[in-house]
Write a protein that binds this ligand. Structure first.
Ligand code: ADP
Ligand code: MG
Length: 367
């Protein structure tokens, strides 16, 4: 039986754990249309939190509601890419309409002539986008632009923000869904050239409650045609620790242990978990660790003596600093998704396997 888990960045999993409310809110924006504040949304989250998958999922959802989509990543050439993607999406969409004879001949002609990618383009990016949006407006078709890995240092991000503002004030049916690492998103909000984007709805893709991870794991296994023992499920949920990428890694590895047996047993889970931990380190934690400042590391090291939650008071004492100084690092680490604050003044590690990895790294660095 084929392994149903998707431990690959950017792939939409068979079950999106813990995002139901957000997906519903964003979906309803496509039916509400103009004026719905969710039409301009930015999601932030750590590497592996599920940003790209969410963007893809929402783009498909928008298409199913009759919108066309342009999916891009923030980089040089992104504006050209948005136009190309929008044209391709519009053509596919209108071809399908035409095929079902739901629309007039004129659309077909229009698609083959004026939207031909080979045709010379006239005017600047905004003019060309307007020409497309005018045509879409005739059919009341909206355009969703998704921008992954936002980066304020990409000059075209600024141009996009500017032009998007014009689209909105002109009452065009457009939506903008962006995603990025927390640091990149706060840098974007801090830049006056893109101040319009500060109005975007902001969502943080944080830790997913264990219950929802459990449901999604079970559903994925069952839909894949197998079952899982209660003990195996418990251990997996514990190790996954609410983290989407880890859910896919653990699921994939424990499935692959004995793919032909009807049930995933505890031993399969245990061995799969060991493999998944190593991949979690290589795929996420090494990068995250590299981005930490010395102060961040000192803060995290001061959390290690506690088995679960650490109080800010204890952390500052161990660091030998005032608590408002330690708070600086707390804010940074919270934003990066490395730690979470689940009761006031207390923090804990918020990425699976990070505590063990940190202990090992710090020991290596002392040697
Ligand atoms: N809500 C979710 N539930 C379960 N798995 C998810 C969810 N969102 C994403 N994933 C999985 O997690 C991994 C990372 O997702 P991705 O969207 O690439 O993260 P990011 O873009 O934030 O780094 C992928 O393997 C993906 O299939
Ligand atoms: Mg991504």
């Amino acid at each position: 039986m084929a392994n149903p888990f998707t431990p690959t960045f950017g792939i939409i999993p068979p079950f999106m754990a813990g995002r139901e409310a957000l997906i519903e809110e964003l979906s309803s924006a496509f039916s509400n249309g103009l004026g719905d504040p969710n039409l301009c949304t930015i999601v932030s989250g750590a590497r592996g939190a599920g940003k790209t998958a969410l963007l893809s999922f929402m783009a498909s959802e928008a298409e199913s509601q009759g919108w066309i989509t342009a999916r891009t990543t923030a980089a040089e050439g992104m504006l050209e890419d948005i136009l190309d993607q929008a044209l391709v999406s519009a053509r596919t969409f209108l071809d399908a309409l035409d095929g079902r004879k739901l629309s007039g001949v004129s659309i077909g002609q229009f698609v083959s002539f004026e939207w031909d990618n080979e045709a010379p383009r006239v005017g600047n990016w905004r003019t060309q986008m307007n020409a497309l949006l005018d045509q879409l407006a005739e059919q009341d078709i909206g355009l969703l632009i998704t921008v992954d890995e936002v980066k304020v240092t990409v000059p075209e991000m600024k141009r996009l923000a500017q032009v998007y503002q014009h689209f909105v004030t002109e009452g065009r049916k457009v939506a903008l869904l962006m995603a990025g690492l927390p640091q990149a998103v706060s840098a974007l909000f801090g830049d006056d050239d893109v101040s319009f984007l500060r109005r975007a709805r902001k969502h943080v893709l944080g830790r997913i409650p264990d219950g929802e991870i459990r449901d999604a794991l079970l559903l994925t296994v069952n839909e894949g045609g197998r079952s899982i023992s209660a003990e195996a499920l418990d251990e997996a949920v514990g190790v996954i620790d609410g983290f989407p990428y880890m859910m896919q890694l653990v699921g994939y590895r424990m499935w692959a242990e004995n793919p032909r047996s009807e049930q995933i047993a505890l031993a399969d889970a245990r061995h799969g978990i060991e493999l998944a931990k190593r991949e979690m380190i290589e795929g996420i934690l090494e990068y995250t660790y590299r981005e930490l400042s010395d102060g961040d590391k000192r803060f995290l090291a001061a959390m290690l003596p506690d088995s679960q939650d650490s109080s800010l008071a204890a952390i500052s004492r161990r660091m030998g600093v005032k608590s408002n100084y330690a708070s600086q690092y707390k804010r940074r680490l919270l934003a990066q998704g490395v730690i979470g604050e689940y009761s006031k003044g207390y923090v804990r590690f918020d990425m699976p396997v990070f505590r063990d990895y940190l202990e090992q790294r710090l020991k290596e660095e002392q040697e």
